[in-house]
Design a protein around this ligand. Structure first.
Ligand code: ZN
Length: 173
């Protein structure tokens, strides 16, 4: 626990784990609670591809062509999980993370990176260790239909991701 220290948001704590820097809840969050806003400089897809370190990607896609760049705040260090406890909602241009289930104090905050991915570019091997781990983090369109519907029902799939996924479906038919 000696590497534990507070960062910008009092209710979140960063710890270094075997996954690298990770963010933990420092209090109990009810389901549907606001957790943190994602910020950062906005980059075009072309800039993103040029700057990306594929083994350490801290960019977040926010539209078909735009990505939020890395920051030095908690939003930068939230890990992927195939069984996440939060998800992203883009509301009036703000990129906001909400819990999708109750989160206990001390639990790691995670979201499913695939819910915001419609890029046809980067992929990552997953070792999140959950029972339903897919083994790969890829664009939303590659998720099983049932899981897509679950995430869409939770309101945590941005419109551009749903449109991209539907377009790919139509092309495949
Ligand atoms: Zn996984």
């Amino acid at each position: 626990m000696d590497s534990e220290h507070f960062i910008d948001i009092t209710f979140l704590t960063m710890k270094v784990t075997n996954k690298g820097k990770s963010i933990f809840a420092n209090k109990h969050f009810n389901a549907h609670s606001f957790i943190i806003e994602f910020r950062g400089k906005v980059y075009t897809k072309e800039e993103y591809i040029r700057r990306l370190n594929p083994s350490n990607n801290h960019y977040l896609q926010i539209s078909d062509e735009l990505f939020l760049g890395p920051t030095r705040t908690a939003d930068n260090y939230i890990n992927h999980s195939c069984n996440p406890n939060t998800g992203i909602k883009i509301i009036d241009g703000a990129v906001l993370l909400f819990s999708i289930k109750p989160i206990h104090r001390g639990e790691e905050i995670t979201f499913d990176y695939s819910t915001t991915m419609a890029e046809d570019y980067w992929e990552m091997n997953c070792c999140c260790g959950t029972k339903n781990c897919r083994g790969k983090v890829r664009d939303f369109k590659h998720l099983p239909r049932e899981l897509q519907e679950k995430y869409i029902g939770l309101g945590i799939v941005p419109d551009f991701v749903i449109r991209h996924s539907n377009r790919s479906l139509q092309l495949a038919m």
